[in-house]
Design a protein. Structure first.
Length: 202
């Protein structure tokens, strides 16, 4: 058994009864229902947008439900608008931000390894770009979201990278403490002391 320094409370935690911390994953049908609901709302938000399957120039297509493909194409369009608005110094509308966070959450429930979707969430939240925070609760919710995803996929590189970006940003703004990340990784080690991603994050 790994002997963690008592400075971080490691020995005490390891003496506790092993806990079942894994997140209860949603049923697939619930995930797709949430994605479909978001897609319908996006149609109302941007009625002129149309799905254009791009298979002609694709070397190898990935077998995925159409709803997933439509969702990822919407996010690509949305991130283009984020970049355009940044050049014009115009903020993204609150409705698009909210829809984007909901839709990307559904897509990540379906495939947590999609790095582009995680990157999109960071773009929505302006991680690393804000000088001040107007909505602390929004960032705290994002950390809670990535914590839940970490529990369901504890060895997913994309999740840990996103967590590192969010936690570092919050720490820079004095809204989070490094000791909280040490506590989180210690919790992960209770399940698997060989989790390389957790060790790297720590």
């Amino acid at each position: 058994m790994i002997a963690f320094s008592t400075q971080y409370g490691g020995r005490k935690l390891f003496k506790k009864k092993k806990i079942n911390w894994k997140k209860k994953t949603q049923k697939k049908e619930d995930v797709w229902a949430e994605i479909d609901a978001c897609l319908k709302e996006w149609e109302e938000f941007e009625p002129e947008w149309k799905y254009e399957p791009n298979i002609r120039d694709t070397v190898c297509t990935i077998a995925a439900p159409q709803g997933y493909n439509i969702g990822t194409q919407i996010l690509r369009k949305s991130i283009e608008r984020i970049q355009e608005n940044k050049l014009k110094n115009v903020p993204l509308s609150k409705r698009e931000r909210d829809l984007g966070l909901r839709l990307s959450a559904g897509l990540l429930e379906a495939n947590a390894a999609n790095y582009s979707v995680w990157q999109y969430r960071r773009a929505l939240l302006e991680i690393g770009e804000r000088k001040e925070v107007t909505d602390v609760e929004e960032l705290q919710k994002e950390l809670e979201f990535v914590s839940e995803m970490s529990r369901s996929s504890p060895k997913n590189y994309q999740i840990w990278h996103h967590r590192q970006q969010i936690a570092s940003f919050l720490i820079t703004l004095s809204l989070h403490k490094p000791s909280q990340e040490l506590d989180f990784t210690t919790e992960i080690f209770l399940e698997d002391a060989k989790n390389y991603h957790a060790w790297t994050h720590r």
